[in-house]
Write a protein of this length. Structure first.
Length: 185
């Protein structure tokens, strides 16, 4: 099965909330974030959830939640910056990213996996934002089974100088995280 030009992006609102019941990414904790927390998360200013909707089927293909963050790193003794210690690089965190199980093997325009198309949307939007802000990186915590997907999309595991961060919301029930990053243009 392939998707053509049928994906549109929207935010959580009265109409799009009606589509939540049909969404299943195959991970209970991530599903529950969308169903129970994403709207409040957005309203409180903790992030912005973007929904990818198949307009032919009126179904959520996937979603991602973005928020501002910082890529923390340790300065080594050779660094010439006067304030030694912990520093941070302005970053955008992909707090959540998921694709409905019915779209896992679906191609978009016979070219991209649906998940890669959604990630391309994130990256291209963030590259645009980078032109007007100081954000330098996309960062995220990957679940084990998604690591290869992120590597395919040019994310790298944190190196020894980056401080690991953990999604501390225990109610979401996310697997042990694997922090990763990608440099923006």
């Amino acid at each position: 099965m392939t998707l053509a030009e049928t994906i549109e992006f929207d935010y959580i609102n009265t109409e799009t909330k009606k589509l939540f019941n049909d969404f299943d990414c195959g991970h209970e904790g991530i599903n529950n974030f969308l169903f129970q927390k994403a709207e409040e998360f957005d309203k409180l200013g903790f992030g912005v959830t973007h929904l990818a909707i198949d307009t032919n089927k009126n179904k959520i293909v996937g979603f991602y939640t973005l928020r501002n963050s910082s890529l923390l790193y340790n300065l080594n003794s050779n660094n010439t910056i006067q304030n030694f210690g912990i520093r941070g690089m302005p970053s955008v965190e992909i707090y959540m990213f998921a694709v409905d199980v019915h779209y896992h093997s679906v191609k978009y325009n016979n070219k991209y996996n649906t998940s890669d198309f959604l990630m391309l949307n994130v990256i291209s939007n963030m590259d645009y934002v980078t032109e007007y802000s100081a954000s330098k990186f996309l960062i995220l915590n990957s679940v084990e089974k998604a690591i290869n997907f992120y590597i395919r999309n040019k994310f790298l595991p944190f190196d020894k100088n980056f401080m690991k961060y953990i999604n501390d919301d225990k109610s979401i029930n996310i697997d042990i995280p694997h922090p990763m990053y990608r440099k923006l243009i």
